[in-house]
Design a protein around this ligand. Structure first.
Ligand code: ZN
Length: 287
């Protein structure tokens, strides 16, 4: 599946299966023994990483794109050739983006804060059991939570990226008086860091993901049905090498069949239980 088809699909999936909308089936909650089983696997892993997606954003109050109440349902879908349109007329693309700055489209991103799931991943990073997080979310929440080893595979909405030298700048660092803005470092063309439809994923991010997933022997897949490439590929590749997949999701998804443990529930509920079990079991082992 192409990346484009992939992202199209996840947004559909996230609305249907991760947003807790009426179409979604009710599902049971992970029991403590399943949580402890997941924790045991994480503690036994040499190099555990996590892959996170839209479900985690939804739990921080960011609406999904599709489905009832979805942003695209209300405001229309962005063009599938967004990147080509940007390249054809960067000035116009910037003007359009800036005119939407205070829209309802951006408001949920502005007010969203990390949820207990984001904080649990940071706790496990601090315990040294999670080595890297790959997120498909653009909401900045893993950074706000304090995650250090992180790749935002679809970019970060608070950043601006140079298409020539790939340096990222905080939006406050860039003068948007003259559009399109130029890179302060190399003079190149600047674009929002959020990866547009049709835009290649920046190679520095892809390389980071490849490097860490090559070392990984366990992936926690949280809040995503992991059907978006290339992100999904990193998780499935670990599985193909004999690694372990632990799913944290409200609902069964396409990846469930490949998972060694499926923990049913929202990330904001399950990940803190998992982090607590990891910390407790490690203390027990050390005492
Ligand atoms: Zn540059």
């Amino acid at each position: 599946m192409s990346y484009l088809a992939g992202i199209w699909r996840i947004e559909h999936e996230s609305a249907r299966t991760e947003g807790g909308f009426p179409m979604a089936k009710a599902s049971r909650r992970a029991i403590d023994e399943e949580i402890r089983e997941g924790a045991r696997m994480i503690l036994a892993a040499r190099y555990a990483i996590a892959l996170t997606g839209a479900g985690m954003s939804v739990e921080s109050g960011i609406p999904p794109f599709r489905g009832p109440g979805g942003l695209w349902t209300k405001y229309g879908e962005p063009p599938m050739n967004g990147f080509q349109r940007f390249m054809a007329d960067p000035k116009k693309a910037w003007e359009e983006r800036l005119s939407k700055r205070n829209d309802e489209l951006f408001k949920p991103l502005t007010v969203a804060r990390p949820n207990p799931g984001h904080l649990a991943l940071v706790e496990m990073e601090e315990l040294g059991v999670i080595r890297f997080v790959i997120t498909q979310n653009i909401d900045d929440l893993h950074r706000q939570a304090g995650q250090k080893a992180l790749a935002e595979i679809h970019g970060n909405w608070t950043l601006i990226r140079c298409l020539d030298c790939t340096t990222r700048f905080h939006r406050d660092e860039i003068d948007l008086e003259k559009l399109p803005p130029a890179c302060p470092r190399c003079g190149g063309l600047l674009k929002s860091d959020t990866v547009s439809f049709g835009e290649p994923i920046p190679t520095d991010v892809l390389n980071m993901c490849a490097e860490h997933s090559a070392k990984a022997d366990l992936v926690i897949v949280a809040g995503t049905s992991a059907t978006v490439y290339p992100a999904a590929g990193f998780a499935l590749e670990v599985k193909q090498r004999g690694g372990i997949l632990i799913e944290v999701n409200l609902y069964e998804s396409e990846i469930t069949q490949y998972c060694d443990v499926s923990l049913r529930g929202g990330s904001a509920e399950v990940l803190p239980r998992l982090a607590k079990a990891v910390a407790e079991m490690r203390r027990e082992a050390l005492s």
